[in-house]
Design a protein around this ligand. Structure first.
Ligand code: NDP
Length: 645
């Protein structure tokens, strides 16, 4: 079957030699369009056609799975698909009946997903589309596409030659709804002309790949209900079921181990295992009460109607969620609250004295939260599940997060936990450690090391809150579901492990000289500069690729319509923001001196985390952008560390 498909001449490729033509004459083609091919797909329930890319074909149901530019995937019948050339031909023959023309006249006023109420149709179109009247229509942010006649029918999305590289301002169309014909034509100009031979070879490769949608999609599609194809997670990360099961126990155990080690007079690795405390000493109801108070205070700040409301990136169904940006205000209010407590002689080093109990309270809370998240995710609609946490295996989905954006009303649980209780809590813990150091060692001033650690990490947290909007384009928000991994990470790992250096310094004072302090500060400054400018560059580009401030940057287009920056920081290495982050992590550990490796746990772990994260992101980007990503990798060969990795 696959061999036949390979031998069959495609009407568009049309360049096969005699033998193949004879073969094709006797064997009926079972599909007209090849995987990867860019064609025009009819939007269900309408007469509007959009550029789509064929991702797979099912021989049983005879349905093509196609991907629209906004990422929406639908299963379409062959009759709902036209080759670009046929489409253009029709358009030039009869402009009045061309669907594209209709589209173009409505491009600003109607989303293709909206019901086609009161729309005029020719009788032939009515006949052709009467089957679709009952189809479910999904709302998307796609704008109708009308194509300009073009002499060349072989333009395809794929790896782009250097000549297609544009400054981002010329690529505005790709990411936005607004698609005037002129701009569309301009973008089409950017798609490469694939040499015939290479194109054929590629089709052959594709036809050999078995990339089919799940049975469920096919069943649904054959019931003529066209909706977003539910995507099951097929490739399991973090060691799959066994790996995630292990991590659920390993992560809390690691936190406990680190904190116990840090409490030892000699926290050297040789001193393993640290003495285990009595179980009952790990839990105190009052401490748990303080933790709950903290969590709900932050929730209250989050709910305050201050700060702007912005839209997140489009979801797979085209919808955009709204987020209130008031993390920085929450931080200021928290600072005022802590200042008031200190003014009234509240002993903040209570946190230090009960540090382990706080960590256990936070861990217990994150576990309960994860269970709640998983239970509620079972009722979530398929389209609201996380692409990475929908494997059908309980342990895996529980760990990675089943639901992408769990919300109670407008309260977004993941977004809230990402930057508020844990991140702000980290700064408060650091401050408590600073005060504890002064108290325990009878100092009138904190040590220079403690000041550096506190200031560097304060800068990091304030920066994250000040640029809160940027979190909306990160993997955590756009890809990962909200489950144990993020709940534990946000509420336990970040505040209790990231504050390890400050905790260490309380029990292990380390004196550093001013020149050393200055050198470490410079290092932190360099890291911060790289981290901030790289993140801002990408975030601004994703938000508005036409931003005049980014006019000096170059990008290459991709099949999804989004561009990839190939100059600036993102042309230096493929994850410049990770590089900056790692440099900062080193600067946070250096003030602790070189007596023990324990305070360097953060930088070691962080390198592992970001190398693994980079690999995950790389994998996702390869899937998303295909050849364009490969081209980007050729152009920018190093992942994080220039000339090293
Ligand atoms: P990134 O912010 O690095 O985002 C990766 C995404 O950026 C890709 O999936 C892709 O998404 C887009 N992208 C990749 N290359 C390009 C390019 N050339 N041009 C334009 N867009 C591109 O991912 P993270 O969420 O991992 O990190 C965000 C920040 O958070 C980083 O600074 C990181 O260091 C930090 N971080 C901190 C942690 C901590 O514990 N302190 C933990 C994890 C991260 P698309 O194309 O879909 O937009």
């Amino acid at each position: 079957m696959r061999i036949e498909a390979r031998l069959l001449p495609s009407s568009r490729a049309g360049c096969h030699t005699g033998t193949r033509e004879r073969d094709s004459f006797w064997k009926m083609p079972n599909r007209r369009f090849a995987d990867g091919e860019v064609v025009m797909g009819r939007w269900p329930g309408s007469v509007l056609y959009y550029e789509v890319q064929v991702t797979s074909y099912d021989d049983v149901s005879h349905l093509y799975t196609v991907k629209y530019k906004d990422g929406t995937e639908l299963a379409l019948k062959e009759s709902d698909i036209r080759s670009q050339s046929a489409f253009k031909h029709r358009k030039s023959q009869s402009s009045s009946s061309s669907p594209s023309r209709r589209s173009s006249s409505r491009s600003r006023s109607r989303s293709p997903g909206r019901p086609a109420k009161g729309r005029r149709r020719s009788s032939s179109q009515s006949r052709e589309h009467k089957d679709d009247k009952k189809k479910t229509i999904s709302e998307t942010s796609l704008a109708p596409l009308s194509l300009k006649p073009s002499e060349n029918n072989t333009r395809r999305y794929n790896g782009e030659p250097d000549s297609t590289e544009k400054n981002d301002t010329s690529f505005v169309i790709s990411e936005q709804k607004l698609k005037p014909d002129l701009e569309i034509a301009r973008v089409l100009e950017q798609y490469s002309l694939r040499p015939r031979k290479e194109e054929k070879k590629k089709e052959e490769i594709y036809s050999e790949k078995k990339i089919f949608e799940t049975k469920k999609v096919i069943e649904k599609a054959s019931l003529k209900t066209i909706e977003k194809a539910p995507s099951k997670t097929k490739e399991l990360e973090f060691g799959g079921r066994i790996g995630t099961f292990t991590l659920i126990f390993f992560l809390p155990a690691t936190v406990l181990y680190l904190l116990l080690m840090c409490k030892q007079d000699d926290p050297s690795l040789m001193n393993f295992p640290p003495p285990l405390p009595a179980l009952e000493s790990l839990w105190e109801a009052r401490v748990f009460g303080v933790f709950l108070l903290w969590f709900f205070l932050q929730a209250l700040f989050y709910l305050l109607p201050i700060g702007k409301v912005v839209e997140g990136l489009p979801l797979s169904n085209g919808r955009k969620l709204q987020y209130r940006i008031n993390g920085f205000y929450a931080f200021v209010l928290t600072a005022a609250a802590i200042g008031t407590l200190l003014y009234f002689q509240f002993e903040l080093h209570y946190l230090y004295d009960h540090f382990l109990q706080f960590a256990v309270s936070a861990a217990a809370f994150s576990m309960v939260l994860s269970i709640y998240l998983y239970i509620r995710s079972l009722k979530a609609p398929e389209e609201e599940l996380a692409p990475g946490g929908n494997s059908g295996y309980f342990v895996y989905d529980f760990f990675t997060g089943h639901e992408l954006n769990p919300r109670i009303g407008s309260f977004d649980l993941k977004y809230f936990c990402e930057l508020r209780p844990g991140l702000i809590g980290w700064v408060v813990i650091n401050l408590a450690m600073l005060l504890a150091e002064m108290k325990i060692h009878n100092q009138s001033m904190p040590s220079l090391s403690m000041i550096l650690v506190n200031s560097f990490q304060l800068l990091y947290v304030v920066d994250a809150l000040w640029n809160e909007e940027a979190v909306l384009t990160t993997m955590d928000i756009t890809h990962d579901g909200f489950g144990f991994m993020l709940a534990f990470g946000d509420l336990v790992w970040v505040p209790f492990v990231y504050s390890l250096q400050a905790f260490y310094l309380v029990g292990h004072p380390t004196a550093i000289s001013w020149p050393v302090a200055a050198a470490i500060t410079v290092l932190n400054g360099i890291g911060y500069y790289i981290f901030r400018s790289a993140n801002s560059q990408k975030n601004s580009f994703r938000r508005n690729p036409a931003d005049p401030k980014l006019a000096y940057l170059k990008s290459i287009p991709t099949a999804t319509g989004k561009g990839l920056l190939v100059t600036g920081w993102w042309g230096f290495v493929r994850h410049p923001n990770y590089l900056g982050d790692i440099i900062m992590a080193l600067a946070w550990s250096l003030p602790c001196g070189f007596n023990h490796i324990l305070p360097y746990f953060y930088v070691i772990y962080f390198i592992c985390l970001l190398v693994h994260r980079e690999a995950r992101d790389e994998h996702h980007c390869k899937q998303k952008y295909g050849l364009a990503w490969e081209r980007y990798c050729q152009r920018v060969p190093y992942r994080i560390f220039p000339y090293i990795y």
